[in-house]
Design a protein. Structure first.
Length: 349
């Protein structure tokens, strides 16, 4: 979800939350979640169909993809396209992506499919907030998830190097569905996440345990901080989404407030987590600055994850990233010293 230049997790200098106080964090009623989407695309007619009642939503496929700026089809555009054969939105790659996703769904006997670009009414704040909080369940309750890799042009086994694996929202889209199929730009099927070889490659890329990827272990059995750490090297377009994209993974709900800044979003998230998991959170994330929770997560990175983090950090130059780069470089030097000591010990022996 989201368009434009990516926001790196570490880039919090100048956050709009700097003037917020505890009074700004007055508890509000959590948004009501849905188990399944309120609207789906009919895969035969390419038209939106509304399902106001949660338990009346039929089985559906779901699409996971990387948004392309200026090419995606909105809810409002989707309402007009079926009745207007000359509508300019028809030439957008985003519309063609929807059409081909529908064709794939029909091929696999799915009458409906859900896509975040046009099935969410982005002009309706209440629906957006509810959909964001329900997103994990939307993917979890789908029959199958089609992952469309627009930047992969052939049957390349190195599909884990694509941009899709670097985005914040795609984390839950990888974990939540029981069945995930990966497709290249031409809609050639590449893999299934349950395939043992591919699940091992995905683990090396994401550090998500193979048992989680293959559905052999429940995500509820994974430590909260480990779940959060999976997102540390991922990017989102809107900075607050770094916190919001974790809601489903952590089993909590929280009103969205775009414009509050990433630190305030994490500060509110820490409060929600403390209320939801008082025993697990005790002695871990104290409620305070959003920077506190970020720093705690950074310390949980393995060396391999920290190496990737260092590469990301080098692409930005503000004060906060310089601090993180310094910490990363210190860790790298410590590792080099330990390796040198081990080599010297072996020589002496």
């Amino acid at each position: 979800m989201g368009l434009g230049n990516p926001f790196f997790f570490w880039s919090v200098t100048g956050s709009r939350s700097s003037t917020k106080t505890d009074e700004d964090l007055t508890p509000i009623d959590p948004p009501q979640k849905r188990a399944r989407p309120r609207r789906l695309i009919d895969t035969h007619t390419i038209q939106l169909v509304e399902f106001p009642v949660d338990n009346e939503v039929p089985p559906y496929a779901i699409l996971s993809h990387r948004w392309v700026e200026g090419q995606e089809i909105s809810y409002q555009e989707m309402l007009q396209i079926p009745t207007d054969a000359t509508h300019p939105s028809r030439i957008k790659t985003g519309f063609q992506k929807i059409v081909k996703a529908c064709k794939q769904a029909v091929k696999e006997n799915h009458a409906y499919i859900w896509a975040d670009t046009c099935c969410i009414h982005h002009g309706n704040y209440g629906q957006v907030s509810q959909d964001i909080n329900s997103m994990f369940d939307y993917y979890k309750n789908s029959e199958i998830c089609f992952v469309y890799l627009h930047d992969l042009h052939e049957r390349d086994v190195r599909f884990i190097r694509t941009e899709w694996f670097t985005r914040g929202w795609t984390l839950q889209e990888l974990i939540a569905p029981s069945l995930v199929k990966f497709f290249n730009k031409e809609w050639g099927c590449l893999s299934d996440k349950r395939d043992l070889r591919d699940s091992r490659n995905i683990y090396r890329r994401t550090m998500i345990p193979i048992q989680i990827l293959r559905g052999e272990r429940s995500i509820e059995d994974v430590d909260l901080k480990e779940r959060m750490s999976w997102s540390l090297t991922r990017k989102t377009t809107k900075e607050e989404d770094q916190a919001y994209c974790l809601l489903g993974l952590l089993g909590v709900t929280m009103e969205t407030n775009y414009g509050e800044g990433v630190e305030m979003a994490f500060q509110r998230l820490s409060r929600v987590l403390c209320e939801r998991y008082p025993d697990q959170m005790k002695g871990n994330f104290r409620v305070g600055s959003g920077r506190t929770i970020i720093n705690i997560l950074l310390r949980r990175l393995t060396w391999r994850r920290m190496l990737n983090t260092g590469i990301i950090v080098k692409e930005s130059g503000n004060l906060e990233t310089r601090v993180q780069r310094r910490d990363w470089e210190q860790l790298r030097e410590e590792k080099r010293r330990r390796q040198a000591l081990k080599r010297n010990d072996r020589k002496l022996k």
